[in-house]
Design a protein around this ligand. Structure first.
Ligand code: FAD
Ligand code: DLZ
Ligand code: SF4
Length: 506
């Protein structure tokens, strides 16, 4: 009797534990495009197409390597409703001794899979996903007993463990972190790099037609579709990033520019998260570029920190904190998500730009997510769970283990400061400093409380005022509250009134 190995849409790695431990003759592989996975949030149509096409290509590669793959395509009528029904059908059709799984990237599926042994009456083995650098046990060992979890300290351990950018046990360049050099605004540039784009092949074209036909009311633009869907093309995207953008990644990491969706970002997150690229390998390639003198240390350190630092850290927190993490709401924010998060139709030029490109590309870079859509929702008091579902839907790289801690923790402070030390609240001045959005906006970023004043300005102070009981004690906000306290009451009231008008207008 053989084993049955289920491979999910974000587990497309030949080194996946469930695949590398079994010989081709010992196991059949099951992959399934199923309705439930396309419906748990209103996924961007590019995201559905990316997952389906990458799954189909991966199944082809497995077959070419001599594996037997049972593939349930969405074109079956009716499509397979959920992963459990795909498993049930495969078990009914074959004679299997065990079901082998690699742990999924969310609590929802994890809980479901834990019920499968009883449901299907055969041993179900759930293997730890060791495509990450830090195991659950290692993260818990690091976190246990600490008063505060802070990414920077976790990151230093990951540097030591991987040896990345380490020289004789010390950080290369004498510092762990070069962020102080990384906050430059960018300016338009004819030679701005663009991410690698793949021409859709016949498999991708079929998937695009399928998604167009089956998700006519889906979110976002399906075409043009230029994402890589194979390991080979994802490798090309990595090479392309290292050759064209890595050297400027650090300097312009926090910059935003009208009409430039990608700037010097790598646009590799979807490939890493789906398993097409290995995170450690990506980091070693960036390190090699620094060693070869092709990219400066501030860029390479910043890039590597995002992957072995932030990416591993947020995952550790997601699994450590449990399934209720996505429901946390420390600031008790309850305002519904404004419709313009879906339509992009708002006069606020920064939000229109970030959401417009999200609709077109299924991509926004970190500062757009954190300091535009994230900050606005935070200071407007939007329900963090509704916002979480939005981020989980609209980005091609969105899987709950990485999206939820970034949204609930980093961006909305809804975990009360567990993941990060302060809320990312800001007035329009931040966006004005880091972007060219304000120049073309209907609102005036310099105006604080007038009818045309930038909405971020009043909402910022109103947020601090509304949440004073919860936030005043935060040491990083002490100076800000001092400024608020020093303002005369008429000015404070003008901020409150303008904020009320903005919020009514949502
Ligand atoms: P780059 O800027 O080129 O960074 C390099 C790589 O570092 C990324 O590919 C990614 O793998 C990793 N990385 C960078 N920042 C983070 C981070 N904060 N957390 C984890 N990994 C990071 N990232 C996702 O992969 N999926 C998500 O669903 C997601 N949701 C987010 C939601 C919010 C509210 C915020 C503020 C951030 C979110 N991020 C998410 C993190 C980050 O914005 C994206 O990883 C990044 O924008 C992807 O673009 P890139 O590949 O060009 O990244
Ligand atoms: C995101 C996604 C989509 C849209 N469709 C599928 C699918 O049909 N089959 C599948 O195995 N996986 C899909 N995925 C990815 C899963 O939702 C993902 O594995 C879980 O969210 C866990 O991270
Ligand atoms: Fe955004 Fe305010 Fe600038 Fe307009 S003025 S782009 S709303 S920060």
């Amino acid at each position: 009797m053989k084993d049955l190995v289920l491979v999910l849409g974000d587990q497309l790695s030949p080194g996946l534990p469930g695949l590398r431990q079994l010989q081709p003759g010992d196991a059949d592989i099951l992959m399934a495009e199923v309705t439930a996975e396309t419906e748990y949030v209103w996924h961007h149509r590019k995201k559905i197409a990316f997952i389906f096409s990458a799954m189909r290509h991966f199944a082809g590669e497995l077959r070419a390597a001599g594996r037997h793959v049972i593939y349930r395509a969405f074109d079956e009528t009716p499509p397979c409703p959920e992963l459990a029904s795909a498993v049930a059908d495969a078990l009914a059709a074959g004679n299997y001794k065990r079901l082998i799984l690699t742990e999924p990237g969310e609590w929802r599926l994890r809980a479901e899979m834990e019920s499968w042994e009883e449901r299907f009456g055969l041993p179900v083995i759930i293997l730890e996903d060791d495509r990450f650098i830090c195991s659950h046990d290692d993260f818990n060992r690091w976190a246990d007993g600490r008063k505060q979890l802070r990414m920077e300290y976790f990151y230093r351990e990951m540097r030591q463990r991987t040896g990345l950018l380490m020289e004789g046990g010390k950080p290369a360049g004498g510092r762990w972190n070069f962020d102080s050099e990384n906050r430059k605004p960018a300016s338009g540039n004819l030679f701005m790099p663009q991410p690698f784009g793949a021409e859709p092949d016949a498999i991708t074209r079929d998937v695009l037609d399928l998604v167009e036909a089956r998700f006519p009311d889906g979110f976002g633009d399906l075409r043009p579709f230029r994402f890589a869907v194979t390991r080979a093309d994802a490798e090309k995207a990595l090479d392309h990033f290292i050759a064209t953008a890595l050297k400027d990644f650090g300097d312009y990491q926090d910059a935003m520019l009208k009409g430039e969706a990608f700037l010097y970002h790598s646009v590799l997150s979807a490939y890493i998260n789906a398993g097409l690229l290995d995170p450690l390998d990506v980091c070693r390639r960036a390190e090699a570029a620094w060693q070869a003198g092709e990219a400066p240390l501030n860029a390479v350190e910043g890039f590597i920190r995002q992957i072995i630092g932030w990416r591993e850290y947020v995952r550790g927190i997601y699994w450590r904190e449990g399934p209720d993490y996505v429901r946390r709401n420390a600031l008790e924010a309850t305002r519904p998500l404004p419709d313009f998060y879906w339509s992009g139709e708002t006069d606020m030029a920064c939000l229109a730009a970030a959401i417009g490109q999200t609709r077109r590309e299924a991509y926004a870079h970190h500062i757009q997510r954190l300091m535009v859509t994230g900050t606005f929702a935070l200071i407007a008091g939007i329900d963090p769970h509704a916002l979480h579902e939005w981020y989980l839907a609209v980005y091609i790289d969105a899987f709950e283990w990485v999206e939820a801690p970034n949204t609930i923790g980093m961006s909305q402070f809804a975990d009360g400061g567990l993941l990060g030390s302060k809320p990312y609240a800001a007035s329009g001045a931040y966006i004005d400093r880091m972007s060219d959005y304000c120049a073309g906006c209907r609102y005036d970023v310099k105006d604080k409380t007038g009818p045309k004043s930038c909405p971020f300005n009043a909402l910022y102070w109103d947020f601090l005022d509304r949440n004073a009981d919860r936030l005043r004690g935060n040491p990083r906000l002490g100076p800000v509250y001092k400024n608020w306290d020093r303002m005369d009451e008429a000015k404070r009231q003008a901020y409150r009134d303008r904020a009320e008008a903005v919020l009514k207008g949502l």
